[in-house]
Design a protein around this ligand. Structure first.
Ligand code: HEC
Ligand code: HEC
Ligand code: HEC
Ligand code: HEC
Length: 372
């Protein structure tokens, strides 16, 4: 707490100023999203919308090149996943990746002067895993990313590390000894609520195979208490995750739910089904692709407990309910939407990476109805 002494009037002015900055200046716009009377609407301020539009512009695509000529696998020495590309396409993709992830550092962010084929830098090894993860999302997670798809830019936006990532949260040192019950500490993850401050390790790490152990379904579906054993404390976990959903997408709860029956899929919007697939996709990204990079990462790229920085809904969405406001960047980079594995893989410096490069079978249910 800062020690500032102000006279009563100044304090009052300051307080009202603080309170008002938490509100949207009128007029606000509202869009009806559900049946009339259900209160399912999106409320937004034009100022916020203008800021979202400004934050979600996409860069110009690299000039197209023909897919003819010798393949990268035949020309280069250590191409393990992009082997199927023509040399022209390969070079164009390298230029795009540089623009999306390391615009200031250039090719040398991943490569060394001794030769492009060398896997000396951890950034190159991570980038290879990232290419595989991006191809997997576009090729097999259409139930979430639709026809729009994702590129490196969706998450990175010109940054080496995406702006919105998470790692396991140890809580705050000063709270040690106080009974925090994993909550009541202001954290970005819980959107500064008193709810659990790290819903991500529980729900989005993907390491916990046993979904049933997590409090996903908590709401009672009868008017009177009748057999619902979920405690308030359990309930608070899913609410914390839900705060993150709304915050990341820049929407109200009613984007996905009818608030008269949060649990009921029949009364929810199709976006809730999208989100259901999104949870599975994010868990797979973290578990199958990102966590295995931990052993290569330097200390300053890890979280306080030594785990890798991971993906959540904000990593792609960044405040927009459709990342980059629905702009389709993949159409200009179709090689990020299919598997382009080299026929003859070369041995890597680090054999463990090949495991992460092999996408696991898609475990998502074939239809939404199987999900519930
Ligand atoms: C963000 C990391 C990253 C950046 C930046 C990057 N590359 Fe690469 N580059 C890779 C990865 C990963 C591979 C291996 C791809 C594979 O295994 O299929 C690779 C492979 C190559 C190869 C093949 C070398 C061989 O013989 O095996 C060439 C050539 C190349 N890159 C050129 C470039 C150029 C030119 C630039 C700058 C315009 C660039 N790269 C920028 C990650 C990067
Ligand atoms: C879904 C979001 C997402 C997408 C898509 C994505 N990345 Fe990443 N990227 C991350 C996260 C999270 C990290 C931090 C975790 C890590 O380093 O393993 C990261 C880290 C990296 C790093 C390490 C940078 C450093 O300085 O430590 C490189 C290089 C990278 N990504 C390249 C790429 C490339 C190239 C693509 C596109 C083929 C891509 N990424 C697509 C989320 C993403
Ligand atoms: C982007 C879509 C989305 C938004 C926004 C969203 N939710 Fe959810 N919500 C879901 C999904 C998907 C589930 C189901 C998770 C599961 O059961 O697998 C869920 C589950 C729930 C549940 C548990 C339902 C049950 O069966 O017990 C509650 C309660 C809930 N949400 C409340 C909220 C609240 C409160 C907000 C706003 C702060 C919110 N949700 C915002 C998608 C969303
Ligand atoms: C890898 C990037 C990525 C991540 C991570 C991600 N999404 Fe998405 N999401 C997308 C893309 C791409 C779309 C498709 C937009 C379209 O079809 O125009 C989308 C669409 C959606 C939609 C439908 C939006 C609408 O109104 O049309 C919802 C809801 C959604 N995502 C929720 C989530 C939730 C919840 C999470 C976290 C559990 C999440 N997303 C994580 C990329 C991502």
């Amino acid at each position: 707490m800062r020690q500032i002494r102000l006279r009563a009037t100044a304090t009052a002015a300051l307080l009202s100023g603080l309170i008002l900055t938490g509100c949207d200046t009128p007029p606000v716009e509202s869009v009806q999203r559900g049946y009339r009377g259900t209160g399912m609407e999106l409320i937004a301020s034009p100022d916020d919308l203008a800021a979202t539009v400004a934050n979600n512009q996409v860069p110009e695509p690299q000039p197209p090149v023909p897919a003819v000529g010798p393949k990268a696998a035949d020309i280069y020495q250590n191409v393990q996943i992009l082997g199927d590309l023509s040399v022209g396409e390969f070079t164009r993709l390298m230029a795009a990746i540089t623009q999306w992830v390391a615009p200031e550092e250039g090719c040398n962010y991943c490569h060394v002067a001794e030769g492009f084929q060398l896997d000396t830098k951890y950034t190159k090894k991570v980038a290879r895993v990232m290419i595989a993860m991006t191809q997997r999302a576009n090729a097999d997670w259409g139930d979430h990313v639709g026809n729009v798809g994702v590129t490196c830019y969706t998450c990175h936006r010109g940054n080496n590390i995406p702006e919105y990532v998470w790692a396991q949260d140890p809580g705050q040192a000063h709270a040690a000894g106080i009974m925090t019950a994993s909550q009541n500490i202001a954290s970005e993850a819980g959107v500064y609520s008193s709810l659990p401050y790290d819903p991500f390790t529980a729900y989005l790490d993907g390491a916990k195979e046993d979904d049933a152990a997590l409090p996903w379904r908590v709401a009672g579906n009868t008017a009177l208490p009748n057999g619902n054993r979920s405690s308030i404390k359990q309930t608070e976990w899913i609410y914390s995750l839900m705060m993150h959903f709304s915050d990341s997408l820049g929407v109200n709860c009613t984007h996905c739910h009818n608030s008269r029956a949060f649990y009921d899929w029949e009364q929810s919007s199709p976006e809730r089904v999208r989100a259901w697939y999104g949870i599975r996709m994010v868990r797979e990204m973290n578990h199958e692709y990102i966590n295995p990079t931990t052993e290569w990462l330097p200390e300053h790229r890890k979280g306080p407990l030594g785990d890798a920085l991971k993906v959540n809904c904000a990593t792609c969405h960044q405040g927009a309910y459709q990342p980059l406001l629905g702009a389709n960047m993949v159409k200009d980079y179709p090689n990020l939407a299919r598997y382009t594995l080299a026929k003859k893989a070369q041995p890597m410096d680090d054999a463990d990476a090949s495991e992460a490069d092999q996408p696991a079978a898609n475990s998502a249910p074939a239809s939404a109805s199987e999900a519930f």
